[in-house]
Design a protein around this ligand. Sequence first.
Ligand code: SAM
Length: 320
Amino acid sequence: MIVDAQGRRFRNLRVSLTAACNYACGYCVPDGKRLQAARHELSAAALLKATRMLIDLAGVEKLRITGGEPLLSPKFDAFLPAAMALPLKDVAVTTNGQLLARKADLIKAAGLKRINVSLDTLDAGRFRHIARSGDLATVLAGIDAMLDAGLKVKVNMVPMRTANADQILPMLDYCLGRGIELRYIELMNMGHLRYGGQYRRDFIGMDDLLDAIGERHEFTRTDAPYDSTSVRYEVPGRGYFGIIANESEPFCSACTRLRLSSNGRLYGCLSNANSHDVSALLEAPEQQARDGLKQVLAAALQDKRSAFTGEVTVMKFIGG
Ligand code: SAM
């Protein structure tokens, strides 16, 4: 197994099916233009081959299907059922939920157990302001469809001081009322946010979040798995919420994540723009592909930083 000096190895793989997205969220893209697919995106079959090899060579145990917006890609329909048949402990999907209701039958039939839906507000006007596209009611219907199908749903919200700070409590109440675990993601200093004042203006840290939640709820911190990105809290008798506290409580020393972009580049670290193109390797003869991939994995592990310092890389390319 390939392990680094801090004992880290790759257990969690995030595969971006496409860089294209039907939203244009202000923290992801600067100009309000919807994202397009990357040039030379890999087919579902090639992404699956890469996933199989990474399970075998890196010891990947968990897979998250992401994007861009994964449900927007025609590859999703073939990739999901095939991924469910791989020898993995867990498969999950991260989506903005806009197409969830339409894909509900496929998701149910594939046997998916967990889904994360990104949603930053319950106010329809504010929703359009943040996502610059899409429709709130459609996302809420998609969430209901997943709950009805018996999936475990988590909702991801990025709290921002000027955009949705007043939604911190309504979002928690909505989630607690439905057995959904809400995870607040601290705004990450990535892409265009590294320039200009938006990041400093909008960032809400864990302490401020907990103060806001404490105005209405009592909660206690609970244990989270070793390599979890989230600090987890229990609201007694009501449920759980989490905070992905990149800045306030970084989890880099226990990070086990590896990202595969839709155009076949492996990223060992979200805070490092270094990437390794494996698209040609996937077409090489078996042994050559395996040897090449082992070298790439060792290099990708070296890319892991010991602290999240942000990066100019945009989330759209490497998935959340
Ligand atoms: N389209 C899918 C979705 O919306 O969930 C998957 C991709 S999206 C890039 C994954 C997650 O990254 C979303 O929850 C989004 O809110 C989050 N995200 C994107 N840019 C971010 C940033 N600068 N800081 C914090 N979270 C960010």
